[in-house]
Design a protein around this ligand. Sequence first.
Ligand SMILES: Cc1ncc(COP(=O)(O)O)c(C=O)c1O
Length: 377
Amino acid sequence: MSSSSALTDRASLFDDVLARLGDAVSTPAPIVLIDVVADNIARMQAFAHEHGKQLSPHVKTHKSVRIGKMQLDAGAAGLTAGNLSEAEIFAAAGCADIFLAYPLWAVGTKATRLKRLLQNTRLSVGADSTAAIDRLAEAAGEFAGLLGIVVEIDCGAERSGVPPEEAGRLAAYARSSGLVPVGVFTYPGHGNAVRKPMGAAADQALALRNAVASLAEHGIEAHKVSAGSTPTARLCTDPVITEIRPGEYVFNDFDNLRIGDCEASDIGLFVASTVVSDQGHEHVILDAGAKALSREGDPDRGYGRVPGYEGRLSQLNEYHGFLQLPERNARPGVGQRVAIVPHHVCPIVNSFEELIIANSHGEPIDRCPVDAQGKLN
Ligand SMILES: Cc1ncc(COP(=O)(O)O)c(C=O)c1O
């Protein structure tokens, strides 16, 4: 079954939720099916448990303390943050172990904030250069001995990260700067495409093994060997890996469905939207544009799918979404509410102050703040 047809099976549930929410929800709005989310959390936790891995979910996907707490309550060892604000917000909410998996450049107010955070949270931070390690050591000052450094290595994504064989040199440099080298991490971003997760997961395990060996050459034991990404998470069975950091798995999206990483029934967030114009073109206009969905993606792949309609959201202006409709397709009328399943779910939460929480029987429950919304530094 194609991923679009798999989504069609969810159309009646999503429509049901929309009908029950009615006009009480102003569109566009992100709707979270909380029991789907709870199942996604439980399944990933069970995988981690079964394979003896720590789970440190990346909070960028939900940016919400309430959902972070669901992950911790289910057994997550800690949380992964993408920036200092996320680390601060989740630490303030009581998360005792935070990994800022990013090559932080700790100067100015970031240096002050990092030092403050260090004093009440077990914090580790990514680094992939001696210059960044110098900044981190200066920022931490007398608390340097509390700051864990996780050397970032590149396993093929060509984003940040040093080659695995250089990891030991950086870890030793961190140690000589008074910081605490705790291990290595990588992000297999080159696995986010059809049929690529297997290869990326293999690259990731090999790179991590080489990096651990490189630390050992400098007499440093890697306690944290951290692997990333939702598409590769369940392929992270290599014994060298101590921790997995998936983020998207909590909601899932059309891209995860397309690569076979989830079922349509695992999609836990959609964007409620209203058809606001139909001028008889090959598309109708929805009220969810780039401000709501972000422009991540491209017109061919699309920016989102509407279960029950075969077309894709092929173009976004700031407040207008173009839902393409093949000629034979049914047409949603002006005023009709539709559910958009985004291609990539993570940017969505950053557009909204709150998530609307419903259960998968379609019953609305309450609202949940997106605590780290808009916090980009
Ligand atoms: C450093 C890092 N770790 C973990 C993740 C989580 O991966 P995913 O979004 O596939 O769940 C990301 C995603 O961008 C990341 O950049």
